[in-house]
Design a binder for this molecule. Structure first.
Ligand SMILES: Cc1cc2nc3c(=O)[nH]c(=O)nc-3n(C[C@H](O)[C@H](O)[C@H](O)COP(=O)(O)O)c2cc1C
Length: 165
């Protein structure tokens, strides 16, 4: 898939079909996503992949999006690795870059995904559930991933002229 097509066709997906994803595909997504840029090439990120149904249900229940989130076959949590942090804002931006690259990789592999920030209000509980509370990391986002059917409503964009000063 052409990179411009990939960028333009990617939309947040919140309706997943019952089909599991090959672990090797998830691994490839992350392997490609880490080529995102980062300040001083610090690569200040960590990932946790969850495919266990019970765990997905438990974490979904923490969110206002539980109804659709629980149908995703895979959650990828992205954390800021505080041991590799040198400048908080730049490191958070680097995590944003890796998250967006992850979404584009999902799109390129024919998978739907959604960046879920709402879960950040439950960061501590999520870390407890994942058994990661003693790690020096901070939750940046949860990315839901799965196969999907075409959905109806799609987000649009304002005109480019509105953004250019
Ligand atoms: C920082 C950030 C946080 C987001 N948090 C959520 C969220 O909690 N729940 C959700 O359904 N979508 C979330 N999204 C997805 C946005 O709603 C979505 O990207 C936006 O509406 C544009 O739609 P598109 O991705 O289909 O182009 C988030 C996106 C970003 C970048």
């Amino acid at each position: 898939m052409d990179i411009i097509d990939c960028i333009r066709s990617r939309r947040s997906v919140r309706n997943y079909i019952k089909k599991s994803i090959d672990q090797s595909l998830i691994h490839k997504m992350i392997e490609n996503a880490i080529w995102a840029p980062s300040g001083k090439n610090g690569q200040p990120w960590k990932f946790k992949v969850v495919t266990d149904k019970g765990m997905i249900e438990k974490i979904s229940n923490l969110s206002i999006h539980s109804r659709w989130m629980r149908n995703a076959p895979c959650f990828i949590f992205v954390f800021l690795d505080k041991d590799r942090s040198y400048h908080y804002i730049k490191d958070v931006q680097s995590c944003g870059a890796v998250i967006q690259t992850l979404l584009l990789c999902a799109q390129a592999y024919g998978l739907g995904s959604c960046w879920v920030g709402e879960i950040l209000s439950k960061s501590e509980t999520v870390m407890d559930i994942l058994g990661l509370s003693d790690h020096n990391i901070e939750l940046m986002a949860l990315v839901t991933v799965g196969y999907c059917e075409e959905s109806g409503a799609k987000a649009s964009r304002r005109s480019v002229d509105e953004f250019i000063l």
